[in-house]
Design a protein around this ligand. Sequence first.
Ligand SMILES: Cc1cc2nc3c(=O)[nH]c(=O)nc-3n(C[C@H](O)[C@H](O)[C@H](O)COP(=O)(O)OP(=O)(O)OC[C@H]3O[C@@H](n4cnc5c(N)ncnc54)[C@H](O)[C@@H]3O)c2cc1C
Length: 310
Amino acid sequence: MDLNFTPDEEAFRHEVRQWVAENLPPDISHKVHHALRLSRDDMQRWAKILGKKGWLGWGWPKQFGGPGWNAVQRHLFEEECALAGAPRVVPFGPVMVAPVIMAFGTPEQQKRFLPGIASGEVWWSQGYSEPGSGSDLASLKTRAERVGGKYIVNGQKTWTTLGQYGEWIFCLVRTSTEGKPQTGISFLLIDMKSPGITVKPIVLLDGEPEVNEVFFDNVEVPAENLIGEENKGWTYAKHLLAHERTNIADVNRAKRELERLMDAGWQGDHVGAAHCAPLAAMYFNYRKTTIYGGSNEVQRNIVAQTVLGS
Ligand SMILES: Cc1cc2nc3c(=O)[nH]c(=O)nc-3n(C[C@H](O)[C@H](O)[C@H](O)COP(=O)(O)OP(=O)(O)OC[C@H]3O[C@@H](n4cnc5c(N)ncnc54)[C@H](O)[C@@H]3O)c2cc1C
């Protein structure tokens, strides 16, 4: 089996490398290469640049406005972005909710929501976890009651990453208490400017509010914002998690940081320490990857159940 890239793939890599070199703002790549904190503007500026090129939804099929790349092309694109020092794309819109809207949304929902995600204009957040409902996500309690053409939502989400910037949030909500907990969950798209929504920052050890609590107090959500069928949200949630977890693996960025660490090591104690300090901060921050798309332990349970049967 020949694992080398074909000439066409190498040409594709070259095209991506050149485009990224010409379009990635140097102030942003400087921050990434020095592990400095990125602002909302940094993240959204890069998202919009990619969006204009049609590459923010780099995993999307052509049918929905994506480039229709195969797995190798997607890998090469991600690798080139990582090597050049591009920020990690905020995944909630293009990587997480978009595939759900494509697979289970109505044509009207696709027309309404996908363009704003593809262009990087609209910032999405994820409303899955609740206090007491993280690993045991199906126990979630945020209630959505259907009243005429609306849902009335009451409850609380937590650990909402960058929710302070969110314009829309996709939420798992309880629409039934009958039967198994998984069968009473629905998937709702909620405008975060709706009256009754309060976002409260959770300030972490580094002093930054990377995550938030989001409270819903009689929030009115038009029924047309329901994805798919009522009480089938668990199926859509799992579809999304497959995309979320693959994205969290972030192989290309991990390779880049490892190389940087090795380079720093070779430069000797003094210079090495200066290079390693931001990496150390990043290391501690990235401990989150062992829990935030479902903890390692829970995912090992899922793998074991799949392989061995429950
Ligand atoms: C930085 C960060 C960002 C996040 N961003 C978001 C977000 O944007 N949106 C969102 O909805 N959620 C988000 N989350 C929440 C994340 O999904 C949950 O933290 C995660 O699902 C774990 O839930 P928990 O925190 O309630 O921990 P718990 O479920 O209480 O787990 C605590 C510990 O017990 C272990 N454990 C629990 N159950 C089992 C089991 N059955 N078998 C073995 N071990 C078990 C876990 O592995 C873990 O070590 C984020 C979390 C973090 C830390």
